[in-house]
Design a binder for this molecule. Structure first.
Ligand code: FES
Length: 105
């Protein structure tokens, strides 16, 4: 599956990821060396993997209650905010545009 990632500086890159390995979007972004802390290791507890879905949000669906619990604690989140660790790499991501919103260090 191919989708686009926008970093904190607004630079966009197309990413190709296998959609049959059960990887999360967070793991994939880390593999591409994007600055995502993922302190909780993907347990939906830290929100450092916060991303905003700029395009493709209808396909991906809304944040789950588990995600909202974390997102609501952030100083800022958006109508299509998600936790990247809670998004599986699947064909639903084809053509999506994902913007990094987590801490960039
Ligand atoms: Fe901690 Fe996603 S990695 S909430």
């Amino acid at each position: 599956v191919t989708f686009t990632v926008e970093d904190h500086d607004g630079n966009r890159q197309n990413i190709e990821a296998p959609d049959d390995m059960g990887l999360s979007l967070m793991e994939t972004l880390k593999a591409y060396e994007y600055p995502i802390l993922a302190t909780c290791g993907g347990m939906a507890l830290c929100a450092t993997c916060h991303v905003e879905v700029l395009e493709g949000d209808k396909e991906l669906g809304n944040a789950t209650d588990v995600e909202l619990d974390q997102l609501e604690n952030l100083p800022e989140y958006f109508p299509t905010s998600r936790l990247a660790c809670q998004i599986r790499i699947s064909p639903l991501l084809e053509g999506a545009v994902i913007k990094l919103r987590g801490e960039d260090n």
